[in-house]
Write a protein that binds this ligand. Structure first.
Ligand code: THU
Length: 133
């Protein structure tokens, strides 16, 4: 699947955002190795800290659906006037399931996108050996 198409799915997913507090919609589209796309949005809570970002929402949904491997992720923030990158917590969370070469595209509502990788967003990644114990 083309990156443009995946990003468009992320933009559409942002329409499902539950963000009455920040009014900042975010959508994510995760391309799975089986060719399917799992998309999701950010889900906020009146206890602000319980908010779940779109990226984590997509990964949790995909894992819960039994998806095993992932080949790309697109994130759209249509309410931003610049491309907004995944937050630090999401970088850590995504890194649990993908390798350093995993492609990530993020973009704002201004049409600009940034193409990067997991390794660029989270260098010096550590502790993967713990999961095989
Ligand atoms: N948010 C995401 O969903 N992903 C990001 O990468 C940045 C932030 C959400 C969390 C919150 O609902 C809103 O955007 C404002 O921070």
């Amino acid at each position: 699947m083309e990156r443009t198409e995946l990003f468009e799915l992320a933009r559409k997913a942002a329409e499902k955002s539950y963000s009455p507090y920040s009014k900042f919609r975010v959508g994510a589209a995760l391309l799975c190795d089986d060719g399917t796309v799992v998309s999701a949005a950010n889900v906020e809570n009146r206890s602000y800290g319980l908010t779940i970002c779109a990226e984590r929402s997509a990964l949790v949904s995909a894992i819960a659906q039994g998806k095993k491997g992932f080949s790309a992720l697109a994130i759209s923030c249509p309410d931003a006037d610049y491309p907004v990158s995944p937050c630090g917590a999401c970088r850590q969370f995504i890194s649990e399931f993908v390798g350093a070469d995993f492609p990530i595209r993020f973009g704002g509502g201004d049409g600009r996108v940034v193409d990067t990788t997991m390794g660029e967003l989270l260098p010096h990644d550590a502790l993967h050996e713990l999961s095989s114990r």
